[in-house]
Design a protein around this ligand. Structure first.
Ligand code: SF4
Length: 282
């Protein structure tokens, strides 16, 4: 019997997922209820001390770009530290509260990025998510569909979410800027500083327990400080009363799959903070 296009898509998706697991060294499939001990994160990353014990690298040259390339300077300079979150919104009111933010954005022309966009990319996922992912900004696929992380990098992010034992619809996904920068360039500081307050409001409404910053630009504007990616990974930060983990952007991992293992170590920190079990080692 001939296979349907759906069968073929499903096969491709499963194959991609298996490749991702293999790349990050997972050889046994994850089950949320497994009793196995989490993988020895500390052995890989070193002890996770409080943020205050780690020397500040603010102002250091060679800020990592969105791609994770520590040699490439980018001009992302937040103008202020994000303010702490003020309220916890009841779960049943969060969808409406997020819609109110979307309504406030409207057909936004607050920064220059509106000129080249097709669709504003607000967010995707659950208004009551325990885990939130924040990227830099929409690419071509996202601009066309109005959803974050739906291209190849989005497929990889989906695989990362699955590897954590979660579904995409259980997490919340957004970006620092909601309109596509021309040619996928890094958002200019005035663009990111104009748009990111909407993201901060989204964070306050969703109230995730853990945020994962995907790449240096997301980390820069969430933390309100310009630091190299290498100095931010491997430890738990605090943003608006929420734990923040920093890892590579999936687009960078597509270009350099060798770093997937490092990204997986970062995601294991997030899993530990969420009380999720790591996959059992075979
Ligand atoms: Fe408005 Fe943000 Fe789009 Fe700029 S990037 S036009 S601030 S929605």
């Amino acid at each position: 019997m001939a296979s349907s296009p759906l069968d073929s898509e499903l096969r491709d998706a499963i194959a991609a997922r298996i490749r991702f697991y293999r790349d990050i060294g997972v050889t046994d499939f994850y089950r949320r209820a497994v009793e196995a001990e989490p993988a020895p994160i500390e052995a890989t990353l070193g002890a996770l001390g409080p943020e205050a014990q780690v020397p500040s690298r603010m102002g250091a040259p060679g800020l990592a770009s969105e791609t994770g390339d520590s040699q490439q300077e980018i001009s992302t300079i937040p103008t202020r530290k994000p303010a702490p979150a003020l309220n916890i919104i009841p779960a049943q009111d969060r969808a409406a509260a997020l819609q109110a933010i979307r309504d406030d954005i409207g057909n936004c022309t607050r920064c220059a990025l509106h000129k080249g966009r097709n669709k504003i990319v607000f967010a995707d996922g659950s208004p009551t998510a325990r885990l939130m992912f924040v990227g830099e900004g929409p690419g071509a696929d996202e601009d066309a569909q109005g959803l974050p992380f739906v291209g190849r990098a989005g497929q990889l992010l989906n695989n990362m979410i699955t590897a954590m034992g979660l579904k995409r619809e259980e997490v919340y996904i957004a970006n620092i800027v909601k309109c596509r920068p021309p040619g996928n360039r890094t958002p200019e500081p005035d663009e990111a500083n104009t748009c990111s307050p909407f993201l901060m409001r989204q964070i306050d409404v969703v109230g995730p327990e853990v945020i994962v910053a995907l790449g240096a630009t997301a980390a820069t504007y969430l933390l309100g400080a310009r630091q190299p990616l290498a100095g931010l990974r491997g430890r738990v930060h605090n943003v608006r009363g929420t734990k923040l983990i920093v890892t590579y952007h999936p687009a960078y991992l597509l270009r350099d799959p060798r770093q997937k293992k490092e990204a997986w170590a970062d995601l294991q920190i997030a899993m530990r903070e969420l009380g999720l079990k790591a996959p059992a080692k075979s």
